[in-house]
Design a protein around this ligand. Structure first.
Ligand SMILES: NC(=O)C1=CN([C@@H]2O[C@H](COP(=O)(O)OP(=O)(O)OC[C@H]3O[C@@H](n4cnc5c(N)ncnc54)[C@H](O)[C@@H]3O)[C@@H](O)[C@H]2O)[C@H](O)CC1
Ligand SMILES: [K+]
Length: 235
């Protein structure tokens, strides 16, 4: 009897912790878009909104801070970067001091990401900067904030470009200046890790926000002590 119960529990846990590979995730997104149920742009907006909600739920004090918190958003050349621009726009609309640093050029972004890069740049308080400007940025005045890793997500293939590694290292120095006030957030997957395999190295990160269902990398990140949360984007 106990063996049956144990088997059923394992089956239940397997269903509840369903994992999608990156290819399966893309197929789900593609099917929803091709069926006309949703657009890629709407999925990106929901993803960015979900990241902002996860940040505010995880660190309510950030939203209640006397001085506006800061956000340093590292945007990559694809749709992970596009999510970053959505997050930037939404945090700036809440009064945060936000700057984005794009690895690449707006012209070479995929359509949904470019739309959001342009929407962000048009925001009245936008600081839309190139990656090279990150090292010169002075964030010491800002005692609380988040560094958002929107460099690479599902589309990443190792090795991590040196320029991206440098951006992550510089962002780590911003956090180190005020370790009690600054947090590191990775959109979908910490950049430098492949979605479909256990990580070789677990990067410093305070919150990983993924979408729809976890990918193979996420259980290993949680087992290594990282906080991983999954946002429903209506797929
Ligand atoms: N509708 C959607 O697709 C949604 C996607 N979401 C987010 O999109 C990313 C996946 O975006 P994608 O453009 O496919 O890839 P990445 O942004 O992860 O990568 C960018 C780009 O970088 C290139 N690249 C990959 N590895 C390397 C490398 N080692 N060196 C240099 N360049 C590299 C490659 O060409 C990639 O295209 C997903 O994670 C979500 O964050 C939305 O969340 C939902 C809607
Ligand atoms: K990322």
């Amino acid at each position: 009897m106990w063996r049956i119960i144990a088997a059923k529990r394992k089956q239940f846990e397997g269903i509840m912790a369903e994992i999608l590979t990156s290819a399966q995730m893309r197929a789900v997104e593609r099917a929803a878009i091709e069926a006309g149920r949703v657009s890629g742009l709407a999925l990106m907006e929901r993803a960015g909104a979900g990241v902002v909600a996860a940040i505010l739920e995880t660190w309510p004090a950030l939203a209640a801070a006397a001085a506006p918190p800061c956000a340093v958003v590292l945007c990559g050349p694809g749709n992970n970067g596009g999510d970053g621009f959505v997050v930037a726009r939404r945090l700036a609309a809440r009064g945060w001091r936000v700057a984005t640093y794009l690895l690449g050029t707006p012209e070479r972004l995929p359509p949904d990401a470019r739309t959001n890069a342009e929407a962000w740049s048009a925001a009245p308080t936008a600081h839309a900067l190139p990656a090279a400007a990150l090292a010169a940025g002075d964030w010491t005045e800002c005692r609380a904030g988040v560094v958002i890793d929107a460099l690479y997500g599902l589309g990443f293939r190792p090795p991590l470009p040196a320029a991206a590694a440098q951006m992550l290292a510089t962002a780590g120095q911003i956090v180190a200046a005020h370790p009690e006030g600054w947090k590191r957030v990775a959109i979908d997957i910490p950049s430098g890790l492949a979605a479909d395999a256990p990580p070789q190295v677990v990067p410093a990160c305070d919150l990983v926000v993924t979408f729809h269902l976890e990918k193979p990398v996420h259980p290993s990140l949680r087992a290594a002590g990282l906080a991983v949360t999954t946002v429903d984007i209506g797929l």
